[in-house]
Design a protein around this ligand. Structure first.
Ligand code: 4NP
Length: 156
């Protein structure tokens, strides 16, 4: 099993969006038995909450299921469980490195590292921008390329 964890700050806007979008793509490719998906936040303010209504509305509009998603905070144990920890921005990477530094035998990267022509190296936070559509456009492109990458690297 290949395990993928998406990480943002609050785990209510961007990373649950990425989790839901990526899971849907994995399902469409019939890879649910090969790839497991989760998300978490570096902060703890929203632990236990469902995704932000902006993310819920967007996912509903795209007919992407998000049932049961609840915010949780990332822990050091996630480094033992996951093969790919995919952050939304530079600050997430810094915070993740504070939690666990050193050489890990896993991939810790940003979602936009997988999109070369987006003109963005971070996924803008719609909690502050209010633009969930633009964030979705980037998340969708990132997830599609990440899945292609994981398939190639793991021979799926
Ligand atoms: P997210 O957005 O990291 O994409 O989930 C945020 C959600 C909540 C807060 C910040 C960012 N907050 O400060 O509560």
């Amino acid at each position: 099993m290949i395990r993928v964890l998406f990480v943002c700050l609050g785990n209510i806007c961007r990373s649950p969006m990425a989790e839901a979008v990526f899971r849907q793509m994995v399902k469409e490719e019939k890879l649910e038995t090969e790839i497991e998906v989760d998300s978490s936040g570096t902060g703890d303010w929203h632990v236990g909450e469902p995704p932000h209504h902006g993310t819920r509305d967007l996912l509903a509009q795209k007919q992407i299921p998000y049932d049961g998603l609840r915010a949780r905070q990332v822990t050091v144990h996630d480094w033992e469980k996951f093969d790919y920890i995919i952050a939304m921005d530079d600050q997430n990477i810094k915070d993740l490195r504070k939690l666990k530094a050193g050489n890990d035998n896993i991939v810790v990267a940003k979602l936009m590292d997988y999109v070369q022509n987006a003109g963005e190296s971070n996924v803008p936070d719609p909690y502050f921008t209010g633009d969930f559509d633009y964030t979705y456009k980037l998340v969708k492109a990132g997830c599609a390329n990440l899945l292609t990458y994981i398939k190639v690297v793991n021979g799926l």
